[in-house]
Design a protein around this ligand. Structure first.
Ligand SMILES: [Zn+2]
Length: 78
């Protein structure tokens, strides 16, 4: 049986979820605006941490397998 209380509870849950998403979107926009003010482009590859997306490959002298420049081939580790 559908009671008024259940309907009001459902509407309340929907409103809480909506406000939660709205808050997250606002935080996202604020962090983007702050980064723009600081002169940092979020999409710039320099801003990302970790290894670069593109690396030069060099052939191994022993087995000929291509490995990232500056790293040791697995055949030399064994
Ligand atoms: Zn090798």
């Amino acid at each position: 049986m559908i009671s008024v209380l259940k309907v009001l509870f459902t509407i309340g849950v929907i409103i809480v979820v909506y406000l939660g998403f709205k808050y997250r979107w606002r935080l996202n926009d604020m962090s983007r605006a702050a980064a723009r003010m600081a002169g940092v482009d979020i999409k710039a590859p320099e801003a990302r941490s970790g290894p670069p997306a593109v690396q030069d490959l060099v052939p191994c002298r022993k087995c000929g397998a291509y490995v990232a420049a500056g790293t040791v081939c697995s055949c030399e580790k064994a």
